[in-house]
Design a protein around this ligand. Structure first.
Ligand SMILES: Nc1ncnc2c1ncn2[C@@H]1O[C@@H]2COP(=O)(O)O[C@H]3[C@@H](O)[C@H](n4cnc5c(N)ncnc54)O[C@@H]3COP(=O)(O)O[C@H]2[C@H]1O
Ligand SMILES: Nc1ncnc2c1ncn2[C@@H]1O[C@@H]2COP(=O)(O)O[C@H]3[C@@H](O)[C@H](n4cnc5c(N)ncnc54)O[C@@H]3COP(=O)(O)O[C@H]2[C@H]1O
Lengths: 141, 141
């Protein structure tokens, strides 16, 4: 059991804090979102509003699927669509006070989890790699 | 320690077998690759040849980055580029006989691992979600 040290770590200790998380804003169009994704190198990132409230996730599969026409991918329609029209808004939101053990459950189906504080403001993300890194050390250690 | 049952599982038992793995072939252009990625919903898939030898990985970040011009993403050049020109060819290749514990190491930095048999033919993939699912059950007891 990688209990003890690993399970005693808090989400706050393990997460990537909001200032280091690539994201887009409500109101951005898909062309902008695709540029942010491409330049950051990530395949999915959070969608926030100017108050740093979390609204959903946008990903390259979601963007590409939204412009998939009958005959080809219709890239010209990227600038006419906004992130809020296609983003995944039903996502797990983990409280800063949550335990690592509960996050392990959610990470089975989500490559990263969005962390919120008690007032619903975006605090950071917890990616699979961070948790796998600690589990790996616990198993080996 | 999630030893015992979890660590005794073999890669073969846990992997997604090749017939269920979305992939593209050497020689396909990036427009085709992007369509396969979009329709499958995955962000990265293996690149194989007609003999089912593994050559690398292609992903939406790699594709988008390859057509990122100075002013915009140049979608029209997708049909003129082939997967072998941009794919990631330096990737871990895990033998079917490898242990789960060695794969845990690699999964810290790779969302999935490609599995090969002794002759270098593609057998399947081991994604993070499968291993996280088993680790989660082992930790929960
Ligand atoms: N620039 C980079 N440097 C080193 N390794 C890189 C990398 N970009 C991607 N990777 C590797 O690829 C995995 C999948 O990245 P992806 O962008 O699909 O999926 C990412 C992305 O959607 C999101 N993510 C991670 N860090 C982020 C950040 N700083 N800002 C926004 N989103 C992030 O969390 C998902 C899972 O991340 P995780 O670290 O578990 O897993 C990452 C990591 O192992
Ligand atoms: N159709 C679907 N149904 C249910 N969940 C889905 C899904 N598509 C994606 N996911 C979820 O999103 C995660 C990241 O998918 P992604 O395509 O970026 O990254 C995937 C993809 O690059 C590759 N992969 C997984 N299954 C594949 C398959 N059958 N064929 C080709 N590549 C696959 O392995 C990576 C890690 O997969 P993992 O399962 O750990 O993690 C998956 C899974 O938790």
């Amino acid at each position: 059991l990688p209990s003890g040290e690993f399970l005693e770590l808090t989400i706050k200790q393990l997460m990537i804090p909001s200032e280091r998380v690539a994201h887009v804003q409500i109101g951005n169009n898909l062309e902008h979102a695709l540029l942010v994704l491409t330049k950051s190198g990530y395949t999915a990132i959070p969608v926030l509003d100017p108050h740093y409230k979390l609204h959903g996730l946008i990903s390259t599969p979601i963007i590409m699927d939204s412009i998939l026409g009958l005959e080809r991918i219709e890239f010209e329609s990227l600038e006419n669509k906004r992130v809020e029209e296609v983003m995944k808004s039903s996502i797990p939101r983990v409280k800063l006070s949550a335990s690592i053990i509960d996050s392990l459950d959610l990470l089975v189906n989500h490559p990263f989890l969005c962390i919120e504080n008690e007032d619903g403001f975006f605090e950071g993300i917890l990616p699979r790699s961070t948790v796998l890194n600690h589990l790996n050390k616990a198993v080996k250690g």
